[in-house]
Design a protein around this ligand. Structure first.
Ligand SMILES: NC(=O)c1ccc[n+]([C@@H]2O[C@H](COP(=O)([O-])OP(=O)(O)OC[C@H]3O[C@@H](n4cnc5c(N)ncnc54)[C@H](OP(=O)(O)O)[C@@H]3O)[C@@H](O)[C@H]2O)c1
Length: 250
């Protein structure tokens, strides 16, 4: 049994109804954090909460579309009323549509900008007062972790066009707020996964793992990286983790 390193903390995870977000919620809860899981599919979140609570954890579900700034603001305000602070914010919700520009749907391009950039901005902006409010307690540090991508560091393939642009944007935004928030004792980090097996890469969005790139990562591999970041001692900030499947070259 792991020693619980996050007892007494409150973690909020967006996009927790599947994949990396759900795995992260399980992992943070197993470290003793109370987790509030956000997404649009409330039925999935409710199942996840029941699973976490059946193993002794504490969890809450909140239905929200991260592209709706007012809705995000209301949900974060309700978290503030119940808990008064957010120790760990994980900006994970994302949408991928990898298609050549000449074939792409403009609606998909806009959806990637709305979820992958505006979703991060809506959530971070609403949560910041509660994140800074977490500093000064027993842990005396707070964390914002955003899931960028290998595609936030480079353009892995031409079809990555807008997805890559959105992930570069959140990597840049994270670096800016890292510099601003360091003196407030809020650590800011990005995790940049290569191909991870999830609904995103097994659906019809042409993000499917390339057979020549070997076995994909699992959602739990990324959850591990997030746990590593938020369990460092208060004097150490891990600002960036790039993690690829061993055989991925892109
Ligand atoms: N899979 C990969 O290979 C890979 C690689 C690098 C980075 N990433 C990033 O990792 C993150 C998680 O992806 P994943 O692989 O775990 O994919 P996933 O299983 O498809 O999960 C995406 C999550 O985002 C949520 N979401 C999407 N649109 C939303 C919206 N408008 N409002 C609220 N929630 C929304 C979904 O929940 P609902 O549909 O219930 O709302 C779901 O929980 C994303 O940011 C993705 O870009 C993934």
């Amino acid at each position: 049994m792991t020693k619980e390193r996050l007892s007494g903390t409150l973690a909020v995870i967006t996009g927790a109804s599947s994949g990396i977000g759900a795995a992260t919620a399980r992992a943070l809860a197993s470290e003793g954090a109370t987790v509030v899981v956000l997404a649009r599919r409330l039925d999935r979140l409710t199942e996840l909460v029941a699973e976490i609570e059946s193993t002794g954890g504490t969890a809450r579900a909140r239905e929200v579309d991260v592209t709706d700034a007012d809705a995000v603001s209301r949900v974060i305000a309700s978290i503030g009323e119940e808990f008064g602070r957010i120790d760990i914010l994980v900006n994970n919700a994302g949408f991928l549509s990898n298609r050549p520009a000449v074939e792409a749907s403009l609606a998909d391009w806009h959806q990637m900008v709305d979820v992958n950039i505006n979703g991060v901005l809506n959530t971070t902006h609403a949560a910041l007062p509660l994140v800074t409010a977490a500093v000064g307690g027993a842990r005396d540090i707070a964390d914002i972790v955003t899931i960028s991508s290998v595609a936030g560091r480079r353009v892995p393939r031409p079809e990555s066009n807008v997805y890559s642009a959105t992930k570069h944007a959140v990597t840049a935004f994270s670096e800016a707020i890292r510099r601003e928030l360091a003196e407030k004792r809020v650590r800011v980090g990005v995790v940049e996964p290569g191909v991870v097996r999830s609904e995103m890469t097994t659906g019809d969005s042409v993000g499917a793992p390339d057979a020549t790139q070997g076995a994909p990562l699992l959602a739990e591999d990324i959850a591990d990286a997030i746990v590593y970041i938020v369990t460092r001692p208060a004097h150490a900030a891990v600002n960036e983790i790039l993690i690829r499947p061993s055989e991925q070259t892109l």
